[in-house]
Design a protein around this ligand. Structure first.
Ligand SMILES: [Zn+2]
Length: 159
């Protein structure tokens, strides 16, 4: 492959990553959590195969925080919801890319590794970086796209 082609492919991939991440941000708006809204998408072979946002398990009340305003211990993170949704389907997350609006925590990082996800694209940095470190240790490609990059990206993708 020529160098220019390689650069063009890289630019196209970055543009797609940015678009999916923007969609994950829109999806985060579904969350009824007050403290923090997080959205996730799982993409495989150019298709969105799952989605998730942080919230309580199916059948529970749509309230994430207790009277003190603290997040309830049974609230699932967006990544966990997206991954477990695949477990309930006939699809497979093997070899997929996860888009998530915040950097994954260590608990979600474990699930991401075991789910066979190969790439993780995220935006905001979480206060702890141990999740991202664990993903890298497992050989998963981890890409940070900054909020500024998201805001700047409005140009259409060329075919
Ligand atoms: Zn998490």
């Amino acid at each position: 492959m020529k160098r220019e082609e390689h650069t063009a492919n890289e630019a196209k991939r970055k543009a797609l990553d940015i678009r999916y991440l923007r969609m994950a941000f829109i999806w985060a708006e579904n969350s009824y959590c007050v403290r923090r809204q997080v959205g996730a998408l799982i993409v495989k072979d150019g298709m969105i195969i799952s989605d998730g946002y942080n919230g309580t398990p199916a059948g529970f009340e749509n309230v994430c925080e207790d009277e003190q305003g603290l997040t309830k211990p049974y609230v699932l993170h967006a990544e966990a919801n997206a991954i477990t949704k695949i477990a309930c389907s006939s699809n497979s997350s093997l070899g997929s890319t996860l888009y998530v609006t915040a950097s994954p925590c260590i608990e979600c990082a474990k699930l991401i590794i075991q789910a066979g996800i190969r790439r993780v694209v995220y935006c905001e940095k979480y206060r702890l970086e141990d999740g991202v470190a664990l993903l890298r240790r497992a050989g998963i490609e981890v890409i940070l796209i900054t909020t500024d990059e998201l805001k700047a990206a409005t140009a259409p993708i060329k075919p």
